[in-house]
Write a protein that binds this ligand. Sequence first.
Ligand code: SF4
Length: 369
Amino acid sequence: MKYIDEFRQQDLARKLAASIADEAHADRHYRFMEFCGGHTHAIFRYGVQHLMPANVEYIHGPGCPVCVLPIGRIDNAIDLAEDPDVILCTYADLMRVPASERKSLLKAKAQGCDIRMLYSSQDALTIARNTPDKHVVFFAIGFETTTPPTAVSIKQAQAEGLTNFSVFCNHVLTPAAMRALLNAPEQVAIDGFLGPSHVSTVIGSDAYRPFAEQYHKPIVIAGFEPLDVMQSTLMLIRQLNQSRCDIENEYTRAVTPQGNLKAQRLMEAVFDLREHFEWRGLGLIPDSALQIKPEYATFDAEQRFNLPAIQASDSKGCECPAILRGAKKPQDCKLLGNVCTPENPMGACMVSSEGACAAYWSYGRRSTA
Ligand code: SF4
């Protein structure tokens, strides 16, 4: 298949592995954070870590939208779903994320709440059109990739005069999370970043310039295939060896310097920056999430239902917060694979298809990376 097969070729992977082994200086350790959960899964699915020399290490980042959503926001969603006049619409990954008191959206659905799993915000609009006697809330999560479609659905609902549709907005911003990681008092040692693929198609590679200029961290925007990850790793190693901190783009087949201007304009038209937003593992981060603009307030479920801010703790023993900061890895969690499995997840990182614990479990790397 075009754009896939050529980025999975074994002989090229071997050549790249040989170049990396050759160019990585034996007397230094290279620690690269792959921000995005999609990269974590590519690394484990294709055994990329095992093709690296021992001194090239991948640190898993917070780029999984399900994982970084704090428990209090899941509790809010369950409260919404318990309203008999509400149909709550959400992506399937969120259904099994543990909420407070071992609740989850899946359990709430089993107890009779009307919760629908869907693939896009457009499906929620369709449900709202077809069910005028109920209020449809779309539980919106995701980074800059999934935000433009949510903006489209809000504009569409307004244009159609739909009065029974609103959005519980939990869209978050990638650069703000990267900044929080680099500003953290107990900073995890990171030599460079594999930049996100899909997010970067929207925000563009220029959005990362401050990380090179202020934080002196090289970033290479990487595609999701194994050769993308390996080539990007080699590019990072070369930058560090040459004492450079640049923004480079390996994923040129999809990412441009400016990104998708139409999608950016849509986001600006519908959303404002939130003053701060809580991230699982990273805490409150200023300017790190979006809220619906006052002119679209009628489609803002938080305002319409007066949702409170709920503080809740993660499951005892679950290391998701430290894993999302890059301070620990899934094998550091004592619950991995015994108490916590995909069938009985104790934390979001085991539930999500982009979660680091799910990657370790799925690809058999339970004890060592
Ligand atoms: S293995 Fe389970 S309990 Fe442990 S950190 Fe991952 S999700 Fe949390």
